[in-house]
Ligand binder design. Sequence first.
Ligand SMILES: [Zn+2]
Length: 202
Amino acid sequence: MTSKEQCAIEGCVHSAAASLDGEAYCREHFISMCYTRLDRYDEIRKGPGLSATNTDSVRRFVHECTRAADHMEHGAKDLDNLDRAKLLHIILSASELGRHLRRSPRKVATIPVRLSSERIGGAWEEDTETVLVSRYGALVRCKHVAKAGETLQVIRADTGEKADARVAWQRPLGNEDVRIGVEFVSCENFWGLDWGVVEEAR
Ligand SMILES: [Zn+2]
């Protein structure tokens, strides 16, 4: 791609910075295209499941958008903090999407849990519930700010069982209802579900 190439969005006068699905976009439009796609896949994942999509094209998107966002994040000299944060968020969300493609089914399930963070200087606890669970983690409602990579303890309110989980991502939904994706560090079947049956029922 030459630096003289223009962004494919009609009316945009900026030069292309990255390409996605064969179209070249400026940084701003690349970011918004990535968000649109990630949001759409997120909806599909929570609804019919990613197996309802053309998984090859999702896989291609994950690869392409991660590579381009990473390249931009490292290479652009005029990147402000907000754009950098957006690009990092895209990389993280795409990697999460990639894991969902490879991994086990999700199940919509409301399981009461307590989240506990022992972050130095900012420890918190929250009684909340899951939105979705998988063999390896969960999507949980959470009003506290959790950083990707941070470790939380998840305690089931019903059984008292505890497990350490890593925050994979956080996506704000409006002002109040923030959701976080967590992945268990070592626990295999925290939810006690028969995943073979869940798989068949999909
Ligand atoms: Zn543009």
